[in-house]
Design a protein around this ligand. Structure first.
Ligand SMILES: [Mg+2]
Length: 122
């Protein structure tokens, strides 16, 4: 049985693929993938994943707004933000809005797995 079901949100197909590979190699199940905030919000409601990995910069609706909507619907939602270099301010904003933690690109497998474990424990 998988450790948890994860919704991957990122507008970069390559980043989604990399995250999927890390998750599947470490006994996590990918519940679904979304490529913008709108899709993320809709899929969260439909799939009810245990945790979301949420990119920040995306078209249509960014990760910060999607995080806010998801947490409004489900105050217990566990969301890990995915940040790129130079997004410190946005990370602070995301943590303020209820994100549990964050990992930075490029992905480090060990860091992704440790962060997931920590977030799911709480
Ligand atoms: Mg992006």
């Amino acid at each position: 049985m998988a450790l948890a079901r994860v919704l991957i949100v990122d507008d970069s197909r390559t980043s989604r693929k990399l995250m999927r590979n890390i998750l599947e190699a470490n006994d996590y199940e990918v519940a679904g993938e979304a490529s913008n905030g709108e899709e993320a919000w809709a899929q969260y409601k439909e799939l009810k994943p245990d945790v979301v990995t949420m990119d920040i910069t995306m078209p249509k609706m960014d990760g910060i707004e999607a995080l806010s909507l998801i947490r409004k619907d489900d105050p217990e939602a566990k969301v890990i933000m995915i940040s790129a270099a130079g997004q410190r301010e946005k990370m602070v904003e995301a943590l303020k809005r209820g994100a549990q933690d964050f990992v930075t690109k490029p992905f480090d497998e060990e860091k992704v797995v440790t962060t997931l474990k920590d977030v799911l424990k709480n």
